[in-house]
Design a binder for this molecule. Structure first.
Ligand code: HEM
Ligand code: HEM
Length: 229
C-alpha cells in the first residue's frame, strides 16, 4: 500500500478546472460576433480566477505557493532528460519542468485577459486586437504542451496526474502538514462564479466599461462585422 498525500487544496482545484473551462469556452466562442458577451464574460471569469491565483500563490498552502515551485531552467531541462530516460524523481508538488509551464500559463492568461479588456474598450486600436489574438493563440499552444506534459508525466511516473487535480491526492508520504481543504473558500469561489454568471445573464451582459446592469447585448449584436474573412 502506497500512502497518499493531499497536495492540491480545494480552491486550487476549483481554480484549475474553472480556468480550463473558461479558457476553452472563451476560445471556442471567440469568432462569434453574436456571442461576444459570452466570450467576454468567460474572459472576465478567467481574469478573476487568475487574480485569485496570484494572491493564493503568496498566502495559500504549501504546494500552491509560488515559492514552492521556483526551479532553474537547468533543473527543468535535467528533469525532462531524466523523465525521457525513465528515471526522473517523483515530486509531490509541481515538477521543475511543469512549474515553468504553470508560470507561463498564468502569465499568458493574464496577458490575454488584459489585452481582451483593452480591445473591448477600444483602447489600442487594431494592434490591440492582433495582440489579444496572438496572446490567446500562444496560450493555446502552451495549454497543448501542458496537457501533453501531464499525459507524458502520468505515463512515466505511473500516476494519473489529471485525477490528482480532481481529488487533490498524490502518491507519497507527506513532507509536512497537509494543506487545509479551505472548503469555505472553495464554496465562496463557486458561488462567486455562479453569481457573476447569473448577473451577466440577467443584466444583459458585460458592455464595454460597464458597471452592474449597464450591459446591452443587442447593442453589441448589431455592431457590424468588419472582418473581411
Ligand atoms: C484536459 C485538460 C487538462 C488537464 C488534464 C490538466 C491537468 C493538470 C494537472 C495534472 C496539473 C498539475 C500538474 C502537476 O502535477 O504539477 C495542472 C496544473 C495546471 N494547469 Fe492544467 N490541465 C488541463 C487543462 C488546463 C488548461 C486549459 C489550463 C489553462 C487555460 C490549465 C492551466 C493549469 C495551471 C495554471 C496549472 C497550475 C495549477 C496551480 O498550481 O494553480 N490546465 N493541470
Ligand atoms: C480566456 C480568455 C480569452 C481568450 C482565450 C480569448 C480569445 C480570443 C480570440 C482567439 C479572439 C480572436 C477571434 C477572431 O478570430 O476574430 C478574441 C477576440 C476578442 N476578444 Fe477575447 N479572449 C479572452 C478574453 C477576453 C476578454 C477578457 C475580453 C474583454 C473584456 C475579450 C474581448 C474580445 C473582443 C472584443 C474580441 C474581438 C476582437 C475583434 O474585434 O476582432 N476577450 N478573443
Amino acid at each position: 500500500m502506497t500512502s497518499k498525500t493531499k497536495v492540491w487544496d480545494l480552491p486550487t482545484r476549483i481554480f484549475h478546472w474553472a480556468l480550463a473551462a473558461s479558457f476553452a469556452g472563451a476560445y471556442l466562442l471567440s469568432e462569434s460576433e453574436r456571442l461576444r458577451n459570452v466570450h467576454v464574460a468567460l474572459g472576465y471569469t478567467a481574469l478573476g480566477l487568475l487574480a485569485f491565483r496570484l494572491v493564493w500563490g503568496f498566502i495559500g498552502p504549501r504546494y500552491a505557493r509560488f515559492s514552492s515551485f521556483v526551479h532553474s531552467p537547468v533543473a527543468a531541462f535535467r528533469y525532462l532528460r531524466d523523465e525521457l530516460r525513465g528515471r526522473a524523481p517523483h515530486y509531490l508538488g509541481h515538477n521543475p519542468a511543469g512549474s515553468w509551464a504553470v508560470f507561463g500559463l498564468l502569465i499568458l492568461g493574464a496577458a490575454t485577459g488584459v489585452t481582451g479588456y483593452l480591445n473591448f474598450n477600444e483602447l489600442g486600436g487594431e494592434s490591440m486586437e492582433d495582440l489579444h489574438e496572438a496572446f490567446a493563440n500562444a496560450w493555446l499552444v502552451l495549454v497543448g504542451l501542458h496537457i501533453l506534459g501531464v499525459v507524458f508525466s502520468s505515463v512515466m511516473q505511473r500516476e494519473n496526474l489529471a485525477r490528482s487535480m480532481i481529488t487533490g491526492l498524490k502518491r507519497g508520504a507527506a513532507e509536512g502538514a497537509e494543506p487545509r481543504n479551505a472548503r469555505g473558500l472553495g464554496l465562496a469561489m463557486v458561488a462567486a462564479i455562479l453569481g457573476f454568471w447569473g448577473w451577466t445573464a440577467t443584466s444583459g451582459g458585460v458592455a464595454p466599461g460597464a458597471g452592474p446592469g449597464q450591459g446591452e447585448p443587442a447593442e453589441l449584436a448589431t455592431e457590424r462585422e468588419t472582418d473581411d474573412d
